[in-house]
Design a protein around this ligand. Structure first.
Ligand SMILES: Nc1ncnc2c1ncn2[C@@H]1O[C@H](COP(=O)(O)OP(=O)(O)OP(=O)(O)O)[C@@H](O)[C@H]1O
Ligand SMILES: [Mg+2]
Length: 504
């Protein structure tokens, strides 16, 4: 038993062995920062002996300088002052070392010595820097992604939104940037529904979901169509820790698809009209000659003075019907564009006025109001006046026919400078066009009117004439409150004349 310390020899022995068995090189310093000993690991690592270190000052040994450091920052001063361990890391060459200095207390609790240990932390540091690099890389990938990415905790609190997501959801600084919860991203109830689908293994697999088309809500309350893929993020034990979703804005794609569909529809329509036009031209041509013969001989016969009254009446009917057939043939020729076209630079408003003058005296117009909203601007187009008169007259007559002897027809013209277009709209308050008829109204002979009174050639002629003018016609709106037809002409520009594009 060692009397002073009150410990056994065995205890004394193992306590001494502990210091030598420490796996980190360690030194003992007195309070004046003088080295008074080191453990076996230290002597081995630095290839030094007791004699070489004993009595050396800490600043010599570790900082390679003659003057001691008495500043507040000196770790040993801090250990003595605070009576607790302090650590710091140093780098020399490519090695990182952590130095830990701890107080050794006497039996009264005062610091008597200081023990310092050195630990090589190069490997840990390199792992740390790799982890930091990987984290930074992932963060850069997320933030520079062209897709919108949002991540949230299990309660739905958003903790990551990359810049595309901020743009898509309109969560910008200017907008207040106050999207905090996943429920703010969707129409009511949708966030919950998505979480249920994510947890349903039968939909997309466990914790995964792909929705080709869904709706989100942006900061201005606008619904936006997106493609969405979502996932639950699990920890290594398989517990849910977070959720994430990637969104791709479909607005541009949908717009392109819509335009493509429209172009395909227009292409199909113009192909149909072109083949019908060829057929009409052929029929008109074949019928025209025998018809001229019928009219000629019937007229000759009718001039004879020896005819019975009843024969004379019958001949009158033949001539009337043959003339009607001639009119149809003429219309067919206009539709099939065999008739001559003479174009001039004309004011669209003048054409509208002129056409209305040609028809306004008809009885049919008695209780129908004609309203004109004609633009004050010059609305020049390169057109055949008499053919465009036919277009306006046909549209107005159809409008009249769609109403029961009362209502209003509004003719509007306006100009779109950016598109270089001039527009004419003919609106009525009639019964509208049934949806199933919309694809047929421009077909020759399609009519819903009384057989014998209408030929069903009006709109097909309009279509043919407008094609010759590089113009288009479509139904802008139709329903039980009426129909609006819209005609779109290329605007005549004065530079076209100079370039010789437009010859009247
Ligand atoms: N403004 C309109 N409102 C309702 N239906 C219309 C309108 N314009 C055209 N239609 C429908 O389109 C059909 C075809 O019109 P189109 O002008 O080609 O022939 P039509 O008027 O029947 O005969 P035609 O013009 O030869 O006298 C009409 O029969 C009618 O059903
Ligand atoms: Mg008509």
């Amino acid at each position: 038993m060692t009397k002073d310390l009150n410990i056994s020899a065995e205890e004394m022995y193992w306590r001494l062995r502990v210091f030598d068995s420490l796996s980190y090189p360690s030194v003992i310093l007195s309070l004046d920062k003088t080295l008074i000993g080191a453990n076996k690991k230290f002597y081995e690592k630095f290839n030094l002996s007791f004699k070489e270190i004993f009595g050396r000052k800490c600043n010599h040994m570790f900082l390679f300088k003659d003057t001691p450091c008495d500043s507040e920052d000196c770790t040993i001063n801090k250990v003595i002052r605070d009576k607790k361990s302090h650590r710091f890391t140093v780098k020399h060459h490519y090695k990182w070392e952590e130095r830990v200095f701890s107080p050794i207390f006497d039996e009264t609790g005062e610091v008597t010595y200081i023990i310092g240990s050195m630990r090589d932390i190069t490997h840990t540091k390199s792992l740390e820097s790799q982890l930091h690099g990987a984290k930074e890389f992932i963060s850069r990938v997320i933030y520079s992604s062209a897709s919108a990415i949002v991540a949230a905790d299990r309660q739905g609190n958003i903790n990551l939104m990359n810049s595309m997501a901020r743009e898509l959801f309109g969560d910008t600084f200017e907008n207040g940037g106050n999207i905090k919860h996943t429920e703010q991203l969707y129409p009511p109830g949708k966030a919950k529904e998505i979480m249920q689908m994510l947890r349903n293994e039968k939909i997309g697999g466990k914790g995964k979901l792909l929705i080709p088309r869904t709706t989100i809500i942006n900061a201005s309350g606008e619904e936006v169509e997106v493609e969405m893929s979502a996932a639950i993020i699990y920890d290594e034990k398989g517990n849910e820790t977070a959720t994430m979703a990637i969104y791709n804005d479909l607005r541009d794609k949908i717009q392109v698809e819509r335009e493509l569909k429209m172009t395909q529809k227009q292409l199909a329509q113009s192909e149909k009209m072109a083949s019908l036009g060829r057929l009409a031209a052929g029929v008109a041509h074949e019928i025209n000659n025998p018809l001229t013969g019928i009219l000629f001989y019937a007229s000759l016969l009718s001039e004879r003075s020896d005819l019975d009254e009843s024969v004379s009446e019958d001949l009158g009917c033949i001539i009337e019907d043959a003339n009607r057939c001639k009119e149809i043939v003429k219309s067919l020729l206009v539709y099939s564009r065999s008739a001559d076209t003479k174009k001039n630079i004309v004011q669209l408003n003048d054409i509208v006025e002129q056409s209305l003058k040609l028809i306004r005296d008809q009885k049919k117009f008695r209780n129908i109001k004609i309203k004109k909203h004609l633009s004050d601007e010059m609305m020049l187009i390169n057109a055949d006046t008499s053919k465009l008169n036919q277009v306006v007259i046909n549209l107005v007559m159809n409008a009249v026919d769609s109403m029961d002897d009362s209502g209003a027809i509004t003719l509007t013209t306006y100009k779109e400078r950016v598109l270089n277009k001039v527009f004419l709209e003919v609106k009525d308050t009639g019964k509208g066009i049934p949806r199933e008829h919309l694809s047929k109204i421009f077909d020759p002979f399609f009519t819903t009117k009384e057989v014998g009174k209408s030929t069903g050639l009006g709109l097909s002629i309009v279509y043919g004439i407008l094609e010759e003018h590089d113009a288009t016609i479509s139904v802008k709106k139709t329903g039980d409150k009426g129909t609006t037809f819209i005609v779109e002409f290329p605007m005549y520009r004065s530079d076209q004349l100079a370039q010789g594009i437009c010859k009247a």
